[in-house]
Design a protein around this ligand. Structure first.
Ligand code: IMP
Length: 458
């Protein structure tokens, strides 16, 4: 219960803005952790921290495009599919129906965790029978399309995420429940492969794929994963009714949401809180706190608008100090000042009840720190996030400037021990973002945390 202890020692009265706790059916809280930017906000660490207080940890969208980095006792682990709760003993980890799963990658991840003593019992991991499979043709299509798009590419992770979600919506996807029934799988794969091979060959000018090779490989995945596959919607309902505390672990971020993000430069799932319900099969009344995770600055991987991007030495400094390289693809992340327009928008569309502010330590050494509070575009000021792709591409940030600080933060554990200007920065962000900040992270380690409020106990 380290987290709770830290919370008690730091508790201070923070003005409460924005939406508050929703309908509570018992005194047990369920919490969602959602990215409030373009992904890579440091959600892995925040999920890992609050896993102390949860019984069940659930992924509800995305796939192995995500890379959740956790540093425990100095050892770094990157998880792509298995919920971050796997690094704690006896936590139930669930992969919900909204996730798209590359079974080969999942098996590798499970094996690697087991080799290190995690997931000691198979019953600690449950996978939804309704989750859709990423197939080899999804990856081939994703990568070929990106090559063909050239300059206009989205900059996807190339993991087949978009094409897998396309098939789901087109009602030709293959789910785990289909894989488990050999005949159903054969039939669905036959249909899919015929169609995909025509598309790959005639349109994308790619090599075709062999039905038999895929059929055999997925047959072996079937046997390896069978033990984990179940009706996770029912399981979660039973866990909630039994008074278990559930933590829903978001992947990517709000601004990459297929409906609410910077379309078309987005991922193909609903990364926002609404995705928790559709991606797990639980009702909204079971969600009590929504933590939005935001860096103290902004990063983005892949293409798309980024109004506060810094191309000069300040951007390089953020990249170097923040070790801003993608956990999944290793690509350097684009860096810039905190885009409060985007995070405030994330507060609204997710119903965020508190922000976890990460990587504040990376801002140490900047004489001035800046925050975008609005955009300027063609003579107009936007206080709210624009939907127009054109407006977003031309948006210039309206920046507020604050004095920086020089003292390293990595040893700070109490809010009052932060340098005065860092405290001012955090407090000012609460005003701009119209919500409270419940946690400040000052380094990658679990202990490098200033916890102001624990959502499981508030
Ligand atoms: P996809 O999800 O691989 O289709 O990629 C679509 C966009 O989302 C690209 O700009 C990716 O860089 C971005 N993206 C996908 N997953 C993540 C993530 O976990 N963190 C940050 N960006 C991501």
């Amino acid at each position: 219960m380290i987290a709770t202890a830290i919370a008690d020692s730091n508790r201070r009265s923070i003005r409460t803005h924005g939406p508050q706790a929703q309908i509570r059916t018992s005194n047990v809280a369920n919490v969602a952790i959602i990215g409030a930017q373009w992904g890579d906000e440091g959600k892995g660490k925040i999920v890992d921290l609050f896993t102390h207080d949860a019984d069940v940890i659930v992924r509800f969208q995305g796939g192995n495009n995500a890379g959740h980095t956790l540093v425990v006792d100095g050892e770094k682990t990157v998880l792509h599919l298995v919920p971050s709760g796997a690094l704690h003993a006896n936590k139930l980890c669930v992969i919900g129906n909204g996730v798209v799963v590359d079974p080969g990658v999942l098996i590798e991840e499970i094996d690697a965790l087991k080799r290190r003593g995690y997931l000691s019992e198979d019953s600690l991991l449950r996978i939804s029978e309704e989750a859709h499979l990423i197939m080899p043709y999804h990856k081939a299509i994703d990568q070929a399309r990106e090559r063909l798009r050239g300059k206009g590419k989205i900059g996807t992770t190339g993991r087949g995420i978009g094409p897998a979600y396309e098939d789901k919506v087109a009602r030709i996807g293959i789910r785990f429940v289909d894989l488990m029934e050999e005949d159903t799988f054969r039939e669905k794969l036959k249909y899919a492969i015929e169609e995909k091979n025509i598309y790959l060959k005639a349109i994308l000018k790619e090599k075709t794929l062999s039905f038999q090779e895929i059929y055999d490989a997925y047959g072996s995945y079937r046997e390896k994963l069978r033990t984990y596959i179940t009706n996770t919607g029912l399981l979660l309902d039973r866990q909630i009714k039994a008074g278990k505390k559930v933590l829903f672990e978001g992947a990517q971020g709000t601004l990459l949401d297929v409906d609410h993000g910077t379309y078309p430069f987005v991922t193909s799932s609903n990364t926002v809180t609404g995705g928790v319900c559709t991606g797990t099969g639980i009702g909204p009344q079971h969600l009590h706190h929504i933590i939005g995770v935001s860096k103290a600055y902004t990063t983005r991987v892949g293409s798309g608008p980024f109004p506060t991007e810094l191309s000069g030495p300040e951007g390089e400094k953020l990249k170097a100090e923040g070790a801003e390289f993608g956990a999944t693809t290793g690509r350097p992340r684009r860096c810039g000042w905190l885009d409060a327009v985007g995070v405030r928008y994330a507060v609204r569309v997710n119903g965020i009840t508190g922000i976890a502010l990460t990587k504040l330590d990376v801002l140490t050494g900047f004489k001035k720190v800046r925050v975008a509070t609005a955009y300027r575009c063609d003579g107009e000021i936007y206080h709210d996030f624009p939907s127009s792709q054109r407006a977003m591409e031309r948006a210039q940030p309206v920046l507020e400037e604050m004095d920086g600080w020089d003292t390293p933060l990595s040893e700070v554990r109490r809010f009052s021990d932060l340098p005065a200007n860092a405290q001012k920065y955090v407090r000012h962000l609460e005003e701009i973002l119209e919500t409270k900040i419940i946690l400040v992270s000052v380094g990658p380690g679990r202990e490098q945390t200033v916890l102001l409020e624990n959502p499981f106990y508030s």
